[in-house]
Design a protein around this ligand. Sequence first.
Ligand SMILES: [Zn+2]
Length: 214
Amino acid sequence: MISRSLPTGKLLAQRHGGKFSNLNCSICNTCQETYEHLWNCPLNKENIDCVIEFAVWDTNEQLFINSSDIDNTVISLLKPVDIPNFLPDLVRGIAISPFVEAIRTTLNDAVGFNKYIHLLRNNLKNYFRKNIWLPRCKDQIKLEKRHGISKRYKREQFVASSLPNKEEKLAKHKSICGLATLWFESLIGNYYNYDWIKCDPSSDHDRHRLQPTG
Ligand SMILES: [Zn+2]
């Protein structure tokens, strides 16, 4: 999984402690860098918009979908307002059911959801890597240098490994469960006809509304 393999600031701090504990996001320098933050870093905003657009255009081209309406609808579905975890989780493999339904309706059976989302996720991942992660790595090297972190320091400085924090796991689970409701509410207010979303977003979203795909 992309999110677990990326040595973000948070992961480096957990692994090495010491000087890494004080590092902030190398792009905005306002908070600790996490995988989710990289998708939501205020200074990445325009780049993330490009990641979304390029990924959708590529996906539709690869599947011979020639419709700018579909392009634009999928692009707007990928930009729900105020749901910072939506994209990072989608790329991780978590798609919430109203999103699945929205994509199905948009595609109108031109291509199956699983095939579509598999390709879209790969394209998002590739553009994220190229446009966000690789430039970030250059900035991170400079940042580490400024903080006196050498390759040797990185090789030798480790904190005793601890088991995954139970509270952290619970918090993540809670935030994933809240996603469906948030996504639904964010779109229903400012998007056109969502009558076909029949389910009630406020109930039972723990089990039924999360659909791991791919
Ligand atoms: Zn940032």
